[in-house]
Write a protein that binds this ligand. Sequence first.
Ligand code: ADP
Ligand code: MG
Length: 603
Amino acid sequence: MPAIIQLLPDHVANQIAAGEVVQRPASVVKELLENAVDAGADQIRLIVKDAGKTLIQVIDNGKGMETSDARLCFERHATSKIKEATDLFRLYTKGFRGEALASIAAIAHVELKTREADTELGTFVRMEGNTLVKEEQIATPKGTSIAVKNLFYNIPARRNFLKSTSVETRHIINEFQRIALAHQDIAFSCYHNDNELYNLAPGNLRQRIVAITGKKTNEKLVPIEEKTPIAEIRGFVYKSEFSRKKRGEQFFFVNNRFVKSAYLNHAVMSAYEGLIPSGFYPGYFLYLQLPTESIDINIHPTKTEIKFEDEKTLYAIIRSTVKHSLGQYNVAPVLDFNRDADLDVPYKYKDQQLREPTIRVNPDFNPFKKEAQKTPSSFGKGPTQHWESLYTQTDAVHAETNAQKTSEALFSDTATNAATFQIHRKYLISSIKSGIVYIHQHLAHQRILYEEYLKNSTIKEAVSQQLIFPLEMTFDSQDINLVKELKEDLEGIGFLFDKISDSAVFISGVPVNVDQEQVNDIFEQLLDDLKNDLPESSFSQIDGMAKSLAKSLAIKTGTPLTGKEQEAIVNKLFSCKQPELSPYGKKTFVTINLEDIDTLLKH
Ligand code: ADP
Ligand code: MG
């Protein structure tokens, strides 16, 4: 038998290789743009006609090539970027194996114009199917322009397999975006059929992302930044409320190269666990910087998949970094020095100033004054008429409110130097003109809070303390609807909502004096009260809410109180509109007259 193996002619081998590298016009765009980046350009222009079928041209202002390189670059395995096989693993540039230009030249008409900075004349080279058809010295700007025309002219099957113009254009734009997102310091422009699609000025990452994806993106972004010995991560993720049903803007870059990684994507998704409903996807722009030895990206020039050495750790780092940033953004905008004030949409609560809590008893009351007067309690002579009306026998008529009537009836000037005492961690005792008052600390505080909440829910002056991490509480749909109805009133009294999803409520701030640990119980109690026993006894939902919260948050029986706290309760109680009763109609205090005591003692 005669020998049957023969070597393929070069042009056939090139066409086969080309088929691997150049699957569609977008592949050419990617290779040319990457070469321009590698050449150190800071201005790169992409010009495309008919979705790249007629023309793909990339013009850069990079370092250019000298004449013999301009010819050589179209040879297979011609590259200035690798000298030994081991270089493959250390590659910081975009190039691969010097195949791209050879492959492109094998299946298209290519015109190259290039000039190095220090030469006067540049070089023009024209290639047709890997054959040099023209070479001359020309005047041309510094840098390189490569025009690829009539792609697949010699492989009709390929050409016929190309998708519609809109699909191929989409692919081209995707490649353009990926490269532009990876190099925000380079100016990029993109034209299709003479329409300018993009004109991106160099800037910071946020600006580049917004310039590419649209102005609306700015408010969606939460900055990410983390440095670990294994990897550095920076970039942005979308706030959970901007997740969508479509996988939209999801970008991973490893050492400034766009990559696809289902594994890393999963890590990001897991950080949103519980924050977004299933079937929704957040956007992200994440940039990983890893030692090149720890990744394997040079599997194939067109592949965007990547392998990592320490995948598990990387997963954990990404997950926790994203989670952390998501938790932070609504507390305070994470310091983002790249933020462009012009683009900035203020965070919801950023400009909310802390307001002084409204003092309900008596704005002029000075607790320290009494010390100066050496009276042991706030039952000393108050500085104002209102104060006096509470604790002294006075002829002044300030009797519009029940509080004043009550206090007037209770206190006398003989009680001016009375002290308060707490007994059995349950009652506060104070001396009044007719004898003694016993105040139930828990019920009295309920009354105080109830009136406070009612007032705050209408005037919305409550002071909130923001939580470092939003608090998540899961509820069924009925409860969720109830929370939605109450949201505004709850905000009025100091709760801040991060968001309310179909199954969970995220609280980012609570009224001052409310402990984060209490919030869950408070809400459960509230929803329970509103659904069950309370509606009949409350004239409105706000009223029910105020009652329930007052019940949950009032100082419990059994709580020891300092002198100041005791005084505050007494003072506040008697400036309430209806101090005698708790919001649920229970008596808050009882008085015992001197005569009664006399009788008891049989004096
Ligand atoms: P690779 O990028 O893997 O080196 P290519 O076929 O893409 O292979 O390019 C071959 C060589 O041509 C490059 O190594 C580089 O020296 C040169 N080259 C290609 N494009 C440019 C450009 N825009 N500016 C300067 N040199 C370029
Ligand atoms: Mg290249």
